[in-house]
Ligand binder design. Structure first.
Ligand code: FES
Length: 176
């Protein structure tokens, strides 16, 4: 299974400015089903996503793979530096039916994972380190890091997933 990941260290900007060209270059380097395009400052655009939805990622280049029925993100891989940093985040396109997920590390070695799709109208949320929330750039909805709506217009919470890091610095996101 393959995954897509979006670094999202600070959602104060809704678009990281990554170009399609950057994404394509990242995909070419990955030379497989997994495409990654790092982008300092992070954002919420699809251009930053790492795609894990097609089966078997290129773990050597992305560090994002399916591990059994779950999703594993290797923080030792440079491509995942955004998530490896405390206060960092990234977006991963997980296999259906899960779709786009956002994973963040609000405090050291504590990870949260949830749907990245705003329940209001489907925009991609981004993690805001300063306020420790998931913010939607489209109409201002905000969610706590437990996925609960903090500010509307969204009325429904984001679906959350268990996420934990092990001693080898691999984050496992339980998709079940
Ligand atoms: S789509 Fe997120 S607030 Fe409207």
């Amino acid at each position: 299974m393959s995954l897509r990941v979006l670094p999202s260290t600070d959602s104060s900007t809704s678009d990281c400015g990554c170009s399609r060209r950057t994404l394509l270059q990242g995909a070419a380097v990955a030379a497989g089903a997994v495409a990654i395009a790092g982008c300092g400052g992070g954002g919420s655009g699809d251009d930053d996503a790492v795609d894990a939805s097609n089966g078997g990622g290129d773990a050597a280049s992305t560090g994002v793979t399916m591990c059994g029925a779950n999703l594993c993100v290797d923080l030792n891989v440079a491509a995942n530096a955004a998530l490896a940093a405390v206060g960092g985040a990234m977006v991963i396109i997980a296999p259906a039916p899960h779709g786009k997920l956002i994973v963040a590390q609000p405090t050291a070695d504590t990870f949260v994972a949830m749907s990245a799709i705003c329940t209001h109208a489907g925009c991609t949320v981004a993690y805001q380190k300063a306020t420790n929330i998931m913010a939607c750039p489209c109409h201002g909805s905000k969610y706590d890091v437990d996925g609960k709506v903090a500010v509307g217009p969204a009325a429904r919470d984001l679906k959350t997933f268990a996420a934990a890091v092990d001693a080898s610095k691999v984050v496992t996101i339980t998709l079940a």
